[in-house]
Design a protein around this ligand. Structure first.
Ligand SMILES: Nc1ncnc2c1ncn2[C@@H]1O[C@H](COP(=O)(O)OP(=O)(O)O)[C@@H](O)[C@H]1O
Ligand SMILES: [Mg+2]
Length: 292
């Protein structure tokens, strides 16, 4: 599939400026393509693993400041989309643009350095290490001094470590986990481990946060806490969020916009209310598993 990202890239950039200043720029758009403040542009991405087509021709755009949810039954291809945005996999065809820049074939570390952080569907913390150490590791994406220098703690590395520690402390306070600093992560309740994982993504100060089922396996109280933190991250830190979540009531409450995947393809997109009423979506997903 041919890619036309360069053109869209320029338009996005232009319009985003225009929207902010409230002048010029709208002439350039035409065709009702409201690309204003598009942070993430997913353009016709497809991905196969052997005989399994995990994504087929999926497109959507995430705007600055949105909570954008990806829903769909198990195996729909949701995690694969996040894996491709974060550079863990690359699409076979199609393109991914971050603020107009083509990141389709970037490595995970390069995508991370551009301001994209993620959490994983299964907890991926370093067991045997404390909450604090796990969070400090999340800062490595921004460290200039090598890991060795920062361990020996001298000169610029020490200064950097102090700055990193301050950011980590901000996030610890934000997530209300002050009392857990020194605890080994594996000793924490499941919901708190998920919160620490969120923290590890947040200390990177991401522009875009990708959350793969952050409430999976949680009890109701843990879910409520996590939902509140997600809203606060979006609201107070201004972070754009792409969320994969199974609990429909959570999705409907939190999301500005929802895209629905089924067997690798997009079958619906819109506001939560629009998606709820989409017959294809109801048939594929909402009608069967959901608790709307
Ligand atoms: N690394 C992989 N190797 C082989 N198949 C994979 C891989 N990742 C995902 N898949 C397959 O792609 C499909 C979509 O998976 P996934 O994106 O994890 O779905 P979801 O997150 O919506 O449950 C599934 O059939 C899954 O088995
Ligand atoms: Mg998944």
């Amino acid at each position: 599939m041919p890619r036309s990202n360069q053109k869209i890239c320029n338009l996005t950039h232009y319009n985003s400026k225009a929207k902010q200043s409230g002048t010029q720029g709208f002439f350039a758009l035409g065709g009702g393509h409201m690309a204003s403040d598009t942070v993430l542009s997913i353009q016709n991405i497809s991905k196969s693993f052997g005989g399994v087509q995990a994504n087929r021709d999926v497109s959507f755009e995430v705007e600055q400041g949105q909570i954008f949810s990806i829903i769909g039954p198990n195996g729909a291809g949701k995690t694969t989309v996040i894996n491709m945005i974060s550079g863990f996999y690359h699409p076979d065809t199609g393109a991914i643009l971050l603020e107009g820049q083509d990141i389709t074939h970037y490595s995970p570390s390069r995508v991370a350095a551009m301001g994209v952080a993620r959490t994983f569907q299964n907890i991926a913390l370093f067991s045997g290490m404390s909450v604090l150490d796990n969070l400090m590791l999340g800062r490595h994406v921004h460290m200039r001094s090598g890991v060795i220098a920062s361990m020996i703690r001298f000169g610029p590395a020490l200064k950097e470590e102090i700055a990193n520690r301050e950011i980590v402390e901000e996030i610890i306070e934000f997530l209300e986990i002050e009392a857990l600093r020194k605890q080994p992560v594996e000793s924490l309740a499941y919901g708190l481990q998920k919160r620490v994982e969120l923290g590890r993504a947040l200390v990177a100060k991401p522009k875009v946060l990708l959350l793969d089922e952050p409430m999976g396996g949680m009890n109701v109280e843990e879910k409520e806490d996590m939902a509140r933190f997600i809203l606060d991250v979006n609201d107070e830190l201004g972070t754009t969020i792409v969320l994969i979540e199974h609990d429909m009531s959570v999705v409907m409450d939190l999301s500005d916009r929802v895209v629905v995947l089924d067997v690798g393809q997009k079958i619906g997109e819109g506001t939560p209310d629009e998606v709820k009423q989409n017959p294809q979506v109801i048939q594929a997903y909402l009608g069967t598993q959901a608790t709307v």
